[in-house]
Design a protein around this ligand. Structure first.
Ligand code: ADP
Ligand code: MG
Length: 299
């Protein structure tokens, strides 16, 4: 039965763009007006879609990913005046068969949200409370992890880029169709946490002879990264000209979180030099720096 399920799922879900389309349509069917889509490694490591739609009723959560379960039609008549994208109850179950799926949901009736972890057959295997607000977030990890040939087929940057382009085109189409919809797509998002002292704050200033007071981490790993350090210093020079004129820098801390697959830590044996697939964009640091009493901000 598992093999049959896998085979039929492979036909429904053949690529990242299928997953995104099915999940997006579920969000639209749930009346969402805001949908955020996040991909890591072109979606092959992680696809996450968060919406602010109706949420899934507690009574439906046990069966939501069971093959052919749908809450969208009750009778044969409903088929004649179908107003939803989905009605076959196939998508969620099929995605479960080819990825690790978790669904977090909260309706207006629920006091708190719940995160459900599903297994390969679409059954709920565990659940825990979630802080997320009304709506549904579906997260699919390790797409095609059990289909090595398909995974291999996509292990090619050119193919992956084509896939990403398809996702962008798809989203563009829905965005044009529904101007009231707020739709975002992020790929390999960089999260920056940091600490910079406020201007004028009494803090231990380093000097040019003792400049090494900027702590930079990538994925919690301390690194000596000249290019990032340069961006941080540039930022500081612009923000605090008085101090920078003296060539003094305060103690600063920056932790950059990127998907593990986009960083190579084996450049040097001590792993303090790393290679980032994408340059940390200056604009991200800049938006980060606009907050003056920096505790932490997600860029
Ligand atoms: P279908 O869309 O054909 O009904 P799916 O497998 O895509 O089938 O989804 C199964 C069911 O899970 C839906 O009928 C709906 O009840 C619920 N569901 C899935 N995604 C969402 C969502 N984002 N918001 C609300 N309900 C959802
Ligand atoms: Mg659907």
């Amino acid at each position: 039965a598992d093999t049959v399920r896998l085979l039929s799922s492979c036909q429904v879900i053949t690529s990242v763009v299928n997953v995104v389309k099915e999940l997006l349509e579920n969000s639209l069917d749930a009346g969402a007006l805001s949908i955020d889509i996040k991909l890591e490694n072109y979606g092959f490591d992680r696809i996450e879609i968060r919406d602010n739609g109706s949420g899934i009723k507690a009574a439906d959560t046990d069966v939501m990913a069971v093959q052919h379960y749908t809450s969208k039609i009750c009778s044969h008549d409903d088929l004649e005046h179908l107003a939803t994208y989905g009605f076959r109850g196939e998508a969620l179950g099929s995605i479960c068969a080819v990825a690790e799926v978790a669904v977090t949901t909260k309706t207006s009736e629920d006091d708190v949200g719940t995160q459900y972890t599903l297994d390969l057959t679409g059954n709920v295997v565990s659940q825990k409370p979630s802080h997320l607000g009304q709506g549904t977030t579906v997260c699919a990890l390790k797409l095609f992890k059990n289909l090595p040939v398909r995974r291999q087929y996509y292990a090619n940057t050119k193919k992956c880029k084509e896939e990403l382009k398809k996702v962008q085109d798809l989203l563009m189409a829905y965005a044009i169709l529904k101007p009231e919809l707020r739709l975002t797509l992020t790929h390999n998002k960089i999260v920056i946490d940091g600490f910079f002292p406020r201007p004028g704050m009494d803090c231990s200033l380093a000097s040019s002879s003792n400049p090494d007071k900027t702590f930079i981490f990538v994925n919690d790993r301390p690194v000596h990264q000249k290019d990032i350090l340069k961006v941080v210093r540039q930022h500081f020079l612009a923000q605090y000209p008085a101090d920078s004129a003296l060539n003094r820098y305060p103690t600063m801390m920056l932790n950059i979180t990127v998907p593990a697959s986009t960083v190579d830590v084996n450049l040097t044996p001590d792993k303090t030099q790393i290679l980032l697939q994408n340059k940390v964009p200056f604009s991200i640091l800049l938006s980060f720096s606009l907050q003056t009493d920096f505790d932490s901000q997600v860029a």
